[in-house]
Design a protein. Structure first.
Length: 156
């Protein structure tokens, strides 16, 4: 496990650019208003509230900040936890660091491109990896697999 610092991300925008990009995406319906708090300040959306928690269409999930391809829908599963869950990530797409917040020790997952907080990974997932990447919908952008820009989800 790595413990990346803020200089380790090749596509990390300035805070102003990060906010502006997300503001534009919220206005176009491609991002949720909570995206800034989740991706930059590691907030967590309430369980069962995110647009992709019960979204099962085939496609790809990208970082809402830098568009890096993170997960494929064929690796998504229903963990019953209230957040989109995947058993595998795209190779090289995820960075990890120890998260000691809230009186517990977890593994935080970040976009390897820009450092956006995505969620956490746990070792209670299904075979073949045994992993559960637990994501905030607000950190994701879904495409149909042809990289067609869309917010996706039931509200799109």
């Amino acid at each position: 496990m790595t413990d990346p610092d803020t200089t380790a991300f090749p596509h990390r925008p300035s805070d102003d650019a990060w906010q502006a990009r997300l503001r534009e995406r919220v206005q176009r319906g491609e991002a949720e208003p909570l995206a800034w708090a989740v991706t930059r300040h590691a907030a967590t959306e309430p369980p069962f509230s995110g647009r992709y928690e019960a979204w099962w269409r085939p496609g790809r999930y990208h970082c809402i900040v830098c568009d890096r391809h993170l997960f494929n829908s064929d690796h998504k599963f229903d963990a019953g936890c209230g957040w989109p869950s995947f058993w595998a990530a795209q190779p090289g797409a995820i960075a990890e660091r120890i998260d000691r917040s809230h009186g517990m020790v977890r593994t935080e997952i970040l976009c390897a491109g820009c450092g956006a907080h995505l969620g956490h990974v746990f070792d209670d997932g299904p075979p073949p990896t045994g992993l559960r990447y637990c994501l905030n919908s607000a950190a994701l952008r879904w495409t149909d697999g042809h990289n067609t820009p869309t917010g996706g989800g039931p509200d799109a």
